[in-house]
Structure formats: structure tokens, C-alpha cells
Design a protein. Structure first.
Ligand SMILES: C[S@@+](CC[C@H](N)C(=O)[O-])C[C@H]1O[C@@H](n2cnc3c(N)ncnc32)[C@H](O)[C@@H]1O
Length: 289
């Protein structure tokens, strides 16, 4: 739907909300606010403070393209190119997974472990860094630590490097391109990963938004979705110093397998699971013996 140049921002918001509602977008008002805010370069509250503002032709054109993309099911973060994580801003594009709020639990778990141990400095390895959200969030909090953030996707690493600069932590994060732990010879205090963990079967039923827009290399992980956890448990040990921690995000129903693998390996103790706010098992933590 075209917007007349004379329309005020508050009226445009209502029109877009109606359009998105008709197309079964689950959060039409919020999405309308984010889209309008993005294309007229104002934050959400400013949209209402300046409700009489009339967008320029250029702003309206951008907005129409953005709404059309959203109606086709593209996630809003890819349209705006920005996602907030741990109260920081990250650039995102189709080469990286959009960071999820539940991944903040992983970051909080690490901050808790380090706080408890009063460890002042150290080295943290992240496998599958994507847009860099986990390492960058940690680096802003743990200013004495150095980070090694690896990903198999060079295009994802390009985005992650820009995000590290954007958040002022680029000097303490080394980005590496490689398959899991293959090219690494060092030992770390912590290995953290939010690996791909969607099973082949689950992928067939996952929402259209995810399946058609987010990178498959960031999602799919074999018959039961624990392929990457298995590799990290098996090969992580030699890369962790004694007393170091392996911390991995996981999906619904995966804890039982992951816990068994951690115990069977006999390389770890203090094995435990954190639940997310929906009560789903979300983060596996284990200490290197
Ligand atoms: C679920 S995403 C996590 C991205 C980011 N850490 C986050 O939490 O938002 C998994 C990431 O692992 C990367 N990946 C997939 N296979 C890999 C492999 N064999 N070695 C290293 N990274 C891999 C993907 O490119 C993707 O960026």
C-alpha cells in the first residue's frame, strides 16, 4: 500500500500495523514501530513524541520496501540490519544467525563462573561465533580476558569483526576461520559454543522465517541435533586447562544425551544444566577434571 506524502507518522504506523496483521505477522504493532523507526531514523518512543512528522519521499520509499520484505516473512533484524543482544547493538545479515535472547543465559553463566572463581585474566575460546555476539558481550564485561572466536564461515567472521570494532573490543578478540577445534593447538580457560543444534527432522518443521532466511550452516546438526556437542565434548578436553569450563547451548530434549556423553567421556566433573525462562534445558556446563 502506498502512503500519501501528507500522512503523519502515527497514521502510517496504524496502516502498517493493519497490513502486517492481515498477513498474519505475530507482532504487527512492534514490527510496524521498528520498521517506521528504522526508515525515519528515530527510536520507538520518538515516533510518538513526533507523531505529526511527515516522512520524506525517500523515507517512504524505504519503508515500503521494508514492509514488503517483512510481509514475505523476512525476519525484522535482517531488514533493519541490527539486533540488540546483552544491551549492545550488533550488525546482522544473511550470513549470520540472529542472536537469540536465550543465548544471554550462556553469557551470564560464564560471568557467574568467573565471578565465583575470582579469576582475573584468561583466555576464552568460542566455537561458532556468527555475528560475534557471545564473545563481544563477554569482552565488554571481562576486560582482562582475551578471546579467540572461530567460525567455519568467513562471511560470518567479516560481520563479527565489524561488530567487535563497533563495540570497542576488537583489540582483545582474535577471529579464526576453521572447522570446530581443528586448527587450534592452545589451551583455554573456557570453551563456549552456541553450536548448530536443530535435528534434520526438526528442520523440516521449523518456521518458514528461519528455514528460508537464516544460514543453514548455523542451524542443522545431524539426526538428533547433537553432532556438534558430541565433537566438542570429544575434542574439547585437550584444549581446556585443568579446571577449565566447557559451556554449550542446547535445544529441547538434548540434555539427556549431552549429560550422558559428558559423563561417559570421564574428562569432566561439575556437570550441570541451566534452564531458560520458558523452562527449557538450555545451557550445559562441565568442568575439565
Ligand atoms: C547457532 S549459530 C551461533 C551464532 C552465534 N554464536 C550466536 O549465538 O548467535 C552457529 C554458528 O556455528 C558456525 N559453524 C557451523 N559449523 C561450524 C564448524 N564446523 N566449525 C565452526 N563453526 C561452525 C555457523 O557458521 C554459525 O555461525
Amino acid at each position: 500500500m502506498k502512503h500519501k506524502k501528507t500522512e503523519r507518522i502515527v497514521d502510517i504506523l496504524n496502516t502498517i500495523e493493519d497490513q502486517l496483521k492481515k498477513c498474519h505477522i505475530s507482532t504487527p504493532r512492534l514490527d510496524a514501530e521498528v520498521l517506521v523507526g528504522h526508515y525515519v531514523n528515530r527510536d520507538r518512543s520518538a515516533l510518538y513524541r513526533n507523531g505529526d512528522y511527515r516522512p520524506t519521499d525517500e523515507e517512504l520509499q524505504g519503508l515500503q520496501t521494508g514492509v514488503a520484505r517483512r510481509i514475505k516473512g523476512e525476519p525484522i533484524a535482517y531488514i533493519t540490519g541490527i539486533k540488540e543482544f546483552f544491551s549492545l547493538e550488533f550488525e546482522v545479515n544473511h550470513h549470520v544467525l540472529i542472536p537469540r535472547p536465550e543465548t544471554e543465559i550462556l553469557v551470564e553463566e560464564i560471568l557467574r563462573l568467573i565471578g565465583n572463581k575470582t579469576l582475573q585474566r584468561g583466555k576464552i575460546l568460542e566455537i561458532g561465533t556468527g555475528c560475534g555476539a557471545i564473545s563481544i558481550a563477554l569482552a565488554t564485561e571481562l576486560t582482562q580476558f582475551y578471546f579467540f572466536a572461530a567460525d567455519i564461515s568467513q562471511k560470518a567472521l567479516t560481520v563479527a569483526k565489524r561488530n567487535a570494532r563497533r563495540n570497542g573490543v576488537a583489540e582483545r578478540i582474535f577471529f579464526l576461520c576453521g572447522n570446530l577445534l581443528e586448527s587450534l593447538s592452545e589451551q583455554f580457560d573456557i570453551i563456549v559454543s552456541n553450536p548448530p543444534y536443530i535435528s534434520d527432522e526438526e528442520f523440516k518443521h521449523i518456521s518458514f522465517e528461519i528455514r528460508n532466511h537464516e544460514p543453514r550452516t548455523a542451524l542443522i546438526a545431524g539426526p538428533d541435533g547433537t553432532e556438534f556437542h558430541q565433537a566438542l565434548i570429544r575434542n574439547g578436553g585437550p584444549h581446556l586447562r585443568k579446571g577449565g569450563w566447557l559451556i554449550m547451548e542446547m535445544g529441547y530434549g538434548q540434555w539427556e544425551t549431552i549429560e550422558r556423553l559428558l559423563r561417559e567421556s570421564q574428562k569432566y566433573d561439575y556437570i550441570r544444566c541451566q534452564y531458560d525462562y520458558a523452562g527449557i534445558e538450555r545451557v550445559a556446563t562441565a568442568r575439565r577434571r
